[in-house]
Design a binder for this molecule. Structure first.
Ligand code: SF4
Length: 364
């Protein structure tokens, strides 16, 4: 795109023009100071849609197991069953963690796990029910389309039956993870064992059709091109047109350390700052049917989170308590971010921090 055309396009989008894929790809490719024009337009749209409110959710990450059948090339978390540091928590440990979360007054417990090769739908439902028993009233945010697909096969039932089973066990909202990049040629390299795009889309739509909301994620900065990123956003925009079931987009920059993709020289050492800014900003402008763009402070760091909040972002995501954190104060290098620090970051931009629920109701 000619540099002179960029302000015209941005003005058109602010006046309601639905950005085409080709236009979005052109913006994603910008390498000069025009990046800031795109960010400025995204920030303006954010202000029109969400005002000065920046939100966060008080949540707790509860890890059940790191044993995973998928062993994706971009992941440093999943382990084979026989790894020395593989773990699988039982009922007592899971309920202990859920109780700790409840004591910390969280409104959401995020169950994070590898896709255990032996789990079926009954195992997942049981784990969800243990958490519900220990922390009633808390949104249990869990199950990716990949876990739903795999457990359906293991239990010999349909995916919609699995979703209903999880809802009955206590699931509140679905994780829109396992999306990575929704382009099968990319998935073949970065996550060959995960559900293909068509299956991911089908399962997300099933959940939305049952009134279960989900997040939408994108993992950018590994091997995908700008066109792949935009194709991913197109898929999300189309689903949202149909269901309005996504609560937000969660961009997750690829972190390369300890990942096979990087170690084998297939992927670069992570997303760049330019890529991050353009991903946040173009997502805000392209996804005209999304209200919320989350800036994952745990992935981009506290300082860069501010840049994200000036590039279309309006949400911090969660506090991400975990039981490795001994006090609410957390600490630098931990996974936890104190709401007071979120407030400092927000007010430094002249904006206002509010706590929200998983589905974006404002609490205080
Ligand atoms: S499925 Fe999740 S936990 Fe398992 S290897 Fe892939 S990203 Fe890691």
């Amino acid at each position: 795109m000619n540099a002179k055309d960029i302000p015209v396009l941005l003005e058109d989008v602010l006046e309601g023009h639905r950005m085409s894929e080709a236009e979005a790809v052109s913006l994603m490719k910008i390498r000069d100071r025009n990046i800031f024009r795109v960010a400025e337009a995204a920030d303006e749209l954010r202000e029109r849609k969400k005002g000065d409110i920046v939100t966060y959710v008080r949540n707790h990450n509860l890890h059940v197991t790191n044993i995973c059948k998928n062993l994706c090339g971009f992941c440093g978390f999943g382990r084979p069953k026989n790894a020395d540091d593989a773990y699988l928590h039982g009922k007592d440990e899971i309920q202990r963690k859920a109780l700790l979360a409840k004591e910390r007054k969280v409104t959401e417990i995020c169950l994070l796990s590898g896709v255990h090769p032996d789990f079926n739908a009954e195992n997942y439902a049981e784990i969800i029910s243990w958490v519900r028993e220990a922390a009633p009233g808390v949104d249990i945010h869990t199950m990716s389309p990949d876990e739903i697909s795999f457990s359906a096969k293991r239990s010999g039932i349909s995916t919609i039956e699995v979703i209903e089973m999880m809802r009955d066990a206590g699931l509140g909202t679905l994780q829109g993870t396992a999306a990575e990049i929704l382009v099968d040629s990319v998935r073949k390299t970065i996550c060959p064992a995960k559900v293909p795009t068509k299956e991911w889309v089908r399962i997300i739509k099933e959940a939305h059709s049952l009134g279960i909301k989900s997040t939408a994620t994108i993992m950018h900065g590994s091997i995908e091109t700008e066109s792949d990123r935009v194709e991913h956003l197109r898929v999300l925009r189309e689903i949202q047109d149909e269901t309005m079931g996504f609560t937000e987009l969660v961009p997750l920059p690829y972190l390369h350390e300890n990942t096979p993709l990087y170690n084998k020289g297939i992927a670069p050492p992570g997303a760049t700052g330019r890529t991050d800014i353009l991903l946040f900003a173009v997502s805000r402008l392209f996804l005209d049917n999304f209200d919320n763009i989350q800036i994952s402070w745990g992935k981009v760091g506290r300082k860069f989170t501010q840049v994200g909040l000036l590039s279309g972002g309006n949400d911090f995501g969660g506090t991400m308590f975990s039981d490795e954190v001994s006090t609410d104060a957390g600490g630098e290098g931990s996974d936890y971010l104190d709401p007071e620090e979120m407030r400092r970051i927000t007010e430094d931009l002249g904006r206002i921090l509010k706590q929200r629920t998983t589905t974006y109701e404002i609490l205080n």
